[in-house]
Design a protein. Sequence first.
Length: 179
Amino acid sequence: MNNKLKIGIVALIILVGLFFINQNNQKSYTSQSTSLFSISENDIKKILIQANQEAVELIKVDTTWSISGNDTLVVKDRSISQFFDKVLNLKLETLMTTKQEKWETYNISDSLGTHLALVGWNDETVGYYVFGRSNSDYARCYVRTDQSSDVYLTNENIVYSLQTSPTYWGEKPVENIPE
């Protein structure tokens, strides 16, 4: 074999090696997402949502949801199903910070965030989260749990689904007027 062929083969091997090293390094830049919730809809008896000075509590009795302290509204099935579809499929994507002093930057401090507590059938809190709006990416939001100072960017913005207004969750029942 002549020298030019040997040099060509070595160069090809080096290029292929660099390609695979580059591909492996690129994988570290992709966003790894994990589910925020490890519970199912059937595990939840109460939903508590609090933002600013307002709060709403939704309670499940048997198979029917109701708004605590409000006997004039019937909970809209659509609102509950959309809530569970969005919230239980929420994924954590990017770790933004691990420092509590940065919470206000991400709108998830105790005073700025929207608090969500999920209570199970034994009246134990099965999940407590604080959500904050993203000022730069309206399609996503930030979240932290009560047990961690870590703040994550989520795959979707669910803050709009965490309303404290009873009329968001319920509607006046339709009266059947006899003919």
